[in-house]
Design a protein around this ligand. Structure first.
Ligand code: FAD
Length: 416
């Protein structure tokens, strides 16, 4: 079933439509567990749901990408109304696709810069979790200063030949496609000689090597390109204008990491911050005045993020693309989440030191959440870089001095 065609709907009509779809498509036990507000039953019901099939089904309905036009796999509703959809998906605690680099960043970039052919080919399977995407920007010598990147793409007729190395590439080990920025003209200053491509991660010459992180997972990778061929039809935006296209991706990345999406916000081990308060009352941690103060502060900050994101969504109502203000909630969400996860460990006490490593218990999930949160102030741009962006582009403060901005990239001093 897909979202029905109709004249503009009210918030209430959209809510009813989402709820009707969820009640029809979720397992009956799931719906009963939500109705009864029974977390134990829900955990049981979760075991019955096949994750990939569910994500595909949710994607086909259009509710996974509510603001995308219907012809590209969305529900075609106004950004400000998407919050109604997200509220109901949240209330029914439905799993969402982990294809966030595709849905949150690649989708908007292809929508803004891609040809009709690329939009029709790539957007629906992205929304349906059938093709996973990764972002190939950072390199060993270019992270915060990503415009200084060295991976080369050289034109050869209707194709480009790519050589170089990327790093910290989340999901590259399971990705079908990647969003690649490469240097196409080293004689230009660093921001001007870049172009942006969609790359097939299974093309000959692409080698992916996983990197293990503190949680024990290996969710990101090194990626090596050796004479990888990309058709010119898979370039997004004009040749040499890759920085402008990359900026679209980065602005949307900040929105995706700001707690505005399905995965953000104040969650500990799959539960809301309010659940942590209940847990603290149960264990007695609530009687500790300092813990209680931190819990209340966390609840307040969680709501500030939520309402700030609502305001940003309302501003985008007119179809305005994501702007530098996404950096405000990206910065705040990253630091807030680290405080919250650390607080959860203090509420858990000794249980935070001995947990089931398989991580399928609530305690295990909470500890993994704490370990994973260490990366929040680095991924998607560090907090220091966010403060620079806010200073320069939101507050209008003087720019950082840059010695390499106007000279050809090939003449910029760099190690190796
Ligand atoms: C979990 C995780 C997932 C990631 N996934 C991806 C991905 O999928 N794709 C991708 O392309 N990249 C990814 N990254 C890379 C990420 O974007 C970079 O790590 C980040 O931009 C920082 O770059 P860097 O690690 O090279 O640090 P550097 O840029 O070397 O920074 C080192 C330190 O210097 C500070 N610093 C640097 N420049 C300035 C400045 N101008 N002013 C003040 N301080 C400064 C930084 O804040 C930092 O503290 C991921 C990173 C993490 C941790």
């Amino acid at each position: 079933m897909t979202v029905t065609d109709a004249a503009p709907r009210t918030d209430e009509e959209i809510r009813q439509e989402v709820v009707a779809w969820l009640r029809e498509n979720l397992p009956a036990d799931w719906v009963a567990a939500v109705d009864a507000d029974d977390d134990e039953k829900l955990r049981e019901a979760r075991k019955q749901l096949e994750y990939n099939a569910w994500c595909a089904k949710l994607g086909e309905s259009g509710w996974a990408t509510p603001t995308w036009p219907k012809e590209y796999g969305g529900a075609g509703i106004e950004p400000v109304q998407a919050k109604v959809v997200n509220e109901e998906l949240g209330r029914y605690k439905v799993p969402r696709s982990f294809n966030v680099i595709g849905i949150g960043m690649g989708g908007p970039t292809i929508m803004q810069w891609g040809s009709e052919e690329l939009k029709h080919r790539y957007l629906p399977p992205m929304a349906q979790h059938r093709e996973i995407w990764c972002q190939l920007f950072s390199e060993p010598g270019a992270g915060s200063d990503v415009a200084g990147l060295a991976t080369r793409a050289v034109r050869d007729g209707d194709e480009w030949i790519v050589n170089g190395q990327k790093v910290w590439t989340t999901l590259a080990h399971i990705a079908s496609f990647g969003l690649l920025v490469a240097r196409t003209d080293p004689d230009q200053p660093k921001h001007k000689g870049l172009s942006y491509f969609i790359v097939d991660m299974h093309a000959p010459g692409v080698e992916v090597r996983p990197l293990k992180q503190i949680t024990g997972d290996a969710e990101f990778n090194e990626v090596f390109f050796t004479d990888v061929r990309i058709p010119d039809s898979h370039r997004l935006g004009p040749e040499g204008e890759g920085w402008a296209v990359a900026t679209t991706t980065l602005m949307n990345e900040r929105v995706a990491l700001s707690g505005a999406g399905s995965t953000g916000g104040g969650n500990v081990g799959g539960g809301a911050v309010d659940d942590l308060i209940v847990e603290a009352k149960r264990t007695g941690a609530w009687d500790d005045l300092v813990i209680r103060d931190r819990l209340v502060q966390a609840a307040i900050e969680g709501r500030i993020i939520k309402y700030t994101n609502f305001r940003a969504a309302a501003q985008r109502k007119s179809g305005k693309p994501a702007g530098p203000e996404g950096s405000i909630t990206k910065l705040f969400q990253a630091e807030y989440n680290q405080r919250l996860q650390s607080l959860a460990m203090d509420v858990m006490g000794a249980k935070a030191m001995a947990w089931d490593a398989a991580g399928d218990t609530k305690d295990g999930a909470a500890v993994r959440g704490f370990l994973r949160s260490r990366a929040n102030t680095i991924e998607g741009g560090t907090s220091e870089v966010m403060r620079n962006i806010l200073g320069e582009r939101v507050l209008g403060l003087p720019k950082e001095p840059a010695v390499d901005r106007d000279i050809p990239w090939k003449d910029v001093a760099r190690s190796s």
